[in-house]
Design a protein around this ligand. Structure first.
Ligand SMILES: [Zn+2]
Length: 246
């Protein structure tokens, strides 16, 4: 029986690269209960490796390339930094779905906000300079259509985590990154068969080790546990959930 302190045997020794971006789960005996799947948003392995190995940065437990190669950066026992939810976003979730779905997180690189969008700070007050924004609202105040995929996946009574009481996915999850830009549509050049094969193998292994059932609700996406922060692109609707959930 392997303990979560060890590196995973499925990962070749030369692909075990210890990230400084981790800490103990709280309490330290906490075993993972969920798996959070991500897409990196880049197809550059050197750039992700550099980010994960830099200090004061981010990390995930595992990374899978399009060729199906598996890397590990954080042992399962540790809390990797892949799905944190900032305090402004946590307060927004507490206001309820009808309210939070009126906001998207502001990213300075994102080109998809409409021309008449309203940029607001962490207290939801409009800002003059959008580079100071935390969130973005529609001019008409309605919910963003970007959440339609989330709402399809998660009918209201069935949310993936309880945003009010358990707002730290990093504490109870294992994070797996797939190395690519992601896609809204099924695309075998983005989410490749080789990637899925390794992912299925890895998730099955994790599921057996920690008794995490391979069901929707336990094997989730970053966009599921932090929809405001990812609004349907991490890992995006093109990802085939049937590979890892039965
Ligand atoms: Zn992510």
């Amino acid at each position: 029986m392997s303990t979560p302190n060890e590196w995973n045997n499925l990962v070749p020794i030369q692909n075990r690269l210890e990230s400084p971006n981790k800490n103990a789960r709280r309490p330290s005996t906490t075993l993972p209960t969920h798996v959070v799947i991500h897409v990196t948003g880049t197809d550059s392995l050197p750039s992700v490796r550099k980010t994960f190995l830099a200090s004061n940065s981010v990390s995930a437990h595992y990374l899978i390339t399009k060729e199906g190669e598996l890397f590990q950066f954080v042992p399962d026992a540790s809390r990797a930094w892949h799905a944190g939810i900032d305090s402004n976003t946590r307060s927004l979730y507490k206001k309820g779905q009808e309210k939070w779905q009126c906001y998207l997180k502001y990213f300075n690189w994102y080109k998809g906000y409409p021309k008449d969008a309203i940029y607001v700070d962490g207290d939801l007050k409009p800002v003059w300079d959008k580079t100071e924004a935390a969130f973005v609202a529609r001019a008409d105040g309605l919910p963003w259509p970007e959440y339609s995929y989330f709402n399809e996946r998660w009918p209201t009574e069935d949310l993936p985590i309880n945003f009010d009481t358990d707002p730290d996915p990093n504490n109870y999850a294992i994070g797996i990154e797939t190395l690519d830009f992601g896609s809204k549509k099924h695309d075998s050049t983005v989410y490749t068969d080789k990637m899925y094969k390794t992912l299925e193998h890895l998730v099955t292994d994790i599921s057996k080790k920690y008794s995490i059932p391979m069901i929707k609700g336990r094997i989730v996406g970053h966009e599921d546990v932090n929809p405001i922060g990812r609004f349907g692109w991490d890992p995006a609707p093109g990802f085939d959930w049937s590979v890892v959930t039965k």
